[in-house]
Design a protein around this ligand. Structure first.
Ligand code: ZN
Length: 285
């Protein structure tokens, strides 16, 4: 099942996508106000049954999509998690995963502009698989970790490279407003039999700039869940952004930066295609 968060007539909603129609779930599931709430209540199977028996309330193209989880407790990103990306950056593989944070306020939905900051001309794409936690937990064992996954989505970890490199800490370049594209929807985990067998492709203006399969992750999804949940509890709706493969714009000759008017897509087989225009901050205001 595909689950969406959206806005229509100024009100936020969440629902299930059936073909190109949305079954609104909030009015049919009193007490549940968001996808994060649906995951926390462990009522995804009930939502599927409701959606299967319902007539859609909205056409997909008649609503404004929101990031699938607009309000996660945390967004943990993984750096340098594919060997071809590690080698293009001139770094070496570390024994433990490279983690950094992104804040929810930096996210945009499918179709919304990714915003090139006015202070930088080094705005880069990073196509990634996002893992959304369904059942929370602390000290989760890797062997049990996939049972804690609620679903998967596409993510574009838009990166402001000069700000990323101001110091050894990545965060400033990784959480500018309007740079984290997330969507278009959440595909529930039951539809992804094996998250290590997905093909991920990033396209800039239709040109393929990144292509990988997710079996090439250095630290796999179960190990990431075990590692992060050792630090603090993972909560329903938390987002793990699992790293980008080689081909980023910063490591090309000449560099390939995202510009006002560009269109960037991240497509993952079985998950979907996240598509965003790029807008310069000055043009947006
Ligand atoms: Zn990234």
């Amino acid at each position: 099942m595909k689950l969406v968060s959206y806005e229509t007539k100024g009100a936020a909603g969440f629902g299930a996508l059936i073909a190109d129609g949305i079954v609104a779930l909030a009015p049919r599931m009193p007490g549940i106000a968001s996808l994060r709430g649906l995951l926390a209540a462990d009522r995804v199977a009930e939502a599927a049954a409701i959606a299967a028996a319902a007539v859609p309330d909205h056409r997909l193209d008649a609503v404004t999509l929101l990031p699938p989880i607009p309000d996660p407790d945390k967004i943990i990103c993984v750096g340098l998690n594919y060997r071809d990306h590690v080698s293009e950056t001139g770094r070496t593989v570390t024994e433990k995963p490279v983690l950094f944070a992104r804040f929810a306020g930096s996210q945009v939905a499918h179709g919304q502009p990714m915003v090139k900051p006015a202070v930088s001309d080094e705005f880069d794409y990073e196509g990634e698989l996002a893992v959304v936690i369904g059942r929370g937990g602390r000290h989760i064992e890797a062997a049990d970790a996939l049972a804690h996954v609620g679903g998967y989505a596409c993510y574009n970890d838009g990166s402001v490279r000069d700000w990323q490199r101001h110091t050894s800490q990545f965060l400033p370049g990784k959480t500018f407003a309007g740079t984290g594209a997330f969507g278009p929807w959440l595909v529930t985990a039951d539809e992804i039999a094996d998250p290590t067998r997905l093909t991920l492709e990033t396209r800039l203006n239709g040109q393929v700039v990144q292509h990988t399969t997710t079996d090439l992750m250095i630290t796999d999804i179960p190990t990431l869940i075990a590692y992060v949940s050792t630090i603090l509890p993972l909560l329903p709706g938390d987002v793990l952004v699992t790293g980008t493969p080689g081909g980023v714009g910063a490591r090309r000759t000449p560099p390939l930066w995202m510009q006002d008017g560009d269109v960037v897509e991240v497509e993952i087989d079985g998950v979907g295609c996240l598509r965003n225009p790029v807008t310069a901050e000055a043009a947006a205001r």
